[in-house]
Design a binder for this molecule. Structure first.
Ligand code: XIL
Length: 302
C-alpha cells in the first residue's frame, strides 16, 4: 500500500487519526486526512463537556461535523469518550453520589443511543487508573460514586448500542512491568470472568523521552489480547525527530502487527502543528504537510 490506510488494510487493520472540527476547512489538512486514514476519532468534540454542556441538554453539532465528515468519506469512527474524570461540563464537575452516577449513566445512554450504528468502538471509560506504583484507581468524582462505576458504564453502553465495540482506554499502560498496566489488566481479567461487557483495550501511547516506547510492548499487548479482548493503539504520538523518532514509531507498529488481536493504530493528529502538545514535533507530517521520516518508517513497517 502507498498510504497508511492501504498498508494497514493489507493485514486487516485500520490506521486512524484524531480530527479537530475546527480544521475541517483547511484543505491541506483534509487532503492528508482523507488520503491516509480510515478511522477517525474526534479530538474533543464527543467528550462529555462538548455533548452535554447543560444537564440533559445535548449539543450534537460539533460531534456530528466529525462523524458526518468521516462517514461521507467512507471512514469509520471511534467514539471518544463516554465517561472520564476530565473535560466534564461544569455542572457535572461538582456533582457527587447517586446524582452523579445517574447523570453519568444518562449521558452514556443518550450519547450511545444517538450515535448507535455509526460507531466502530467506544472508549467507554477513559483514564480511570492512577499513575505511580499503587496499581489502583484514580481518585475522581466518578470513582467516589463507588468502585463499580466502570462496569456500570460498560453495561449502560452495551444496552444503548449493542453493536459497538466497548473499550477501556488509558495512558502509561504500555510497559508490562508498570503497576498501572497490571491494575488495568486485573480489571479486564475480572470483567471477562464476570461477564462485564468489554471488547477492547485502548493504549493511548503518548510517548516522550521520560516515557519511551517500552521494549516489552509486544508482551503487554499480547497479554491483554490473551484475556479475550481486542487491543488498539488509540492516541499515538512520540516526541522527538529524525531517525530516532522514526525508529520508535516503527517499534510501535511492529508490536501491534505481532499481535493478531491488535486491530488498529490511531495517531493523535495529522501534522506536528495540529498536535495537542504545546511544543515539539510528535506526529507523522510536518507543519507544511510533508511526510516525515517517521511516516516512511511506519509505512514500510505496515
Ligand atoms: C486532548 C486534546 O488533544 C486537547 O486538544 C485537549 O485540550 C485535551 O485533550 N488523553 C485523551 C485525549 O484521552 O482525549 C486527550 O486529548 C489527550 C490525552
Amino acid at each position: 500500500g502507498s498510504t497508511l490506510q492501504a498498508a494497514a488494510a493489507e493485514s486487516g487493520r485500520y490506521f486512524g487519526t484524531a480530527i479537530a472540527a475546527s480544521r475541517l476547512n483547511d484543505s491541506t489538512y483534509t487532503t492528508i486526512a482523507n488520503r491516509e486514514f480510515n478511522m477517525i476519532t474526534a479530538e474533543n468534540e464527543m467528550k462529555m463537556d462538548a455533548l452535554e454542556p447543560n444537564q440533559n441538554q445535548f449539543n450534537w453539532s460539533s460531534g456530528d461535523r466529525i462523524v458526518n465528515w468521516a462517514r461521507q468519506s467512507g471512514k469509520q469512527v471511534r467514539g471518544h469518550a463516554l465517561a472520564w474524570h476530565a473535560q466534564q461540563p461544569g455542572w457535572m464537575q461538582n456533582m457527587s453520589g447517586t446524582a452523579l452516577r445517574n447523570a453519568m449513566l444518562n449521558h452514556i445512554t443518550q450519547v450511545a443511543t444517538y450515535y448507535r450504528g455509526k460507531i466502530h468502538s467506544w472508549d467507554v471509560v477513559n483514564e480511570a487508573f492512577a499513575d505511580g506504583n499503587s496499581g489502583g484507581r484514580r481518585d475522581s468524582n466518578l470513582q467516589r460514586t463507588g468502585g463499580d462505576w466502570i462496569e456500570a458504564a460498560f453495561r449502560a453502553a452495551r444496552a444503548a448500542d449493542p453493536n459497538a465495540k466497548l473499550c477501556y482506554n488509558d495512558y502509561n499502560t504500555d510497559n508490562w512491568s508498570h503497576a498501572k498496566t497490571q491494575g488495568v489488566y486485573n480489571m479486564v481479567r475480572d470483567f471477562k470472568a464476570r461477564g462485564v461487557p468489554i471488547d477492547c483495550v485502548g493504549f493511548q501511547a503518548h510517548f516522550n523521552s521520560g516515557n519511551p516506547v517500552p521494549s516489552n510492548y509486544h508482551t503487554t499487548l499480547q497479554n491483554f489480547a490473551d484475556l479475550g479482548v481486542d487491543v488498539q493503539i488509540t492516541e499515538l504520538d512520540i516526541e522527538g525527530s529524525g531517525s530516532s523518532q522514526a525508529q520508535q514509531y516503527q517499534g510501535v507498529v511492529q508490536a501491534c502487527l505481532s499481535v493478531a488481536r491488535c486491530t488498529g493504530i490511531t495517531v493523535w493528529g495529522v501534522r506536528d502543528t495540529d498536535s495537542w502538545r504545546a511544543s515539539g514535533t510528535p506526529l507523522l507530517f510536518d507543519g507544511s504537510g510533508n511526510k516525515k521520516a517517521a511516516y516512511t518508517s511506519v509505512l514500510n513497517q505496515l
